[in-house]
Design a protein around this ligand. Sequence first.
Ligand code: HEM
Length: 223
Amino acid sequence: MSERIRVWDVPTRVFHWSLVLSFCGAFLTAESERYRDIHVMLGYTVLGLIAFRLLWGFFGTRYARFSSFLFTSREVVTYVSALVKGEAKHYVGHNPAGSVAIWLLLFLAISSGVTGVLLFQDSGGEVVEELHEVLSFAMLAVVLVHVAGVAVSSIMHRENLVRAMITGSKEARPEEGVERSHAWLGVIMLLVVATFWAGYSAVNAMAPDEAVSQAEHHDDDDD
Ligand code: HEM
């Protein structure tokens, strides 16, 4: 007997969709001097979200925990070969192939974020600049594979995985569900992200004026 049960808690969903927004925004603003502040702000947001996810991988609910999507390479190969034959086993949480993309995305988000911070602090040089670009494009490639994998898996198992990542629920046996949604934590996450964006934008908007007033201050000192 299956019914609609909760699989993804609220913090995992807030993490996912905030990451999607921040990554896409950072990618689209990467080449422009004009949007540099937005790019840097979104890069810091990605790093903050990943820091949260690393903790949530230990303290989160059942399917958010790393232990639920730590598969051996043998399990991944078995899953993929069954998938090709159209006989892949259904997983309530992340499946073995999907989990490979998720581990890669977490790793690439950390490494492209850290190289970005180094560049922003002028402590990188050309090698770090190259690396930042390569890692970000690698991340885009994995994102495309990830989205394709979500589509294939949704069709194979006749379940809408995107909807599940939005609503948090899936059709499964009642005992497979997670008990708590931790909605309060999701709300805190949204507040922290919104406050950070508002604060960062305000400080950057003030910066040129501050520079002017500081310059004037220096002029006064000279007099
Ligand atoms: C619009 C495009 C996207 C869609 C439709 C989408 C959809 C999904 C879905 C359905 C899952 C759950 C997979 C499962 O059932 O096992 C998932 C997980 C995940 N996705 Fe995406 N995704 C998108 C873009 C992205 C992007 C751009 C990133 C990274 C920058 C990303 C990173 C992740 C991560 C890290 C997880 C694991 C969630 C967790 O356990 O915390 N996704 N995605």
